[in-house]
Unconditional design. Sequence first.
Length: 188
Amino acid sequence: MIDDWNVVVIAEQEREKELLKEFGEDEGGVCAGEFESSGFSDVLVGYVADVVDFLEDVEQQKYRYVSRVIPIDDAFVAPSEHHYLIDMLKNRVARYIDIEITPGETLGFRVEQIGVKEDIPIAVSSQKIEREVGEYFYGLIEKVHGRKPKTSIKKQDKLIAVVIIGNRCGIGLITREMQEKYSVIKVK
């Protein structure tokens, strides 16, 4: 099991095995990184040496079966009880308080849970996590920066994405520039 993963890759429908093979080694003997199945259909977690280089390769369609990618800054094992998860996420998103947010910029907070509800050990909705952790973070920004952040659900200048895959959890900061440059970066 990869502990220090920094990308979530969603394969095209039923193409997980082919994608794992593509990530293995190319013609030059170079491998994309270390990847493994998450245990959920078409969802891989991986560690790549350079996320930007990996995104460039995906964008240039070096890997045919990639549907989308979510870059991750912080990966950890989620506690099984949802109130502990929410507290842990509040502590972990606090590290993003130093991101530069100019008064006109919009900020977003999204949570994506991957897997079938029965298979996910954390019985809490994405909306509840978004609301509680997002409100906490927005309040923290107001305290530190002296103003409420401008928020947006649809188009953000900066997006904090939380991905929960079974008992794995990852957090990533995604900028508008990243989303515009790399069409494969999508958080649902």
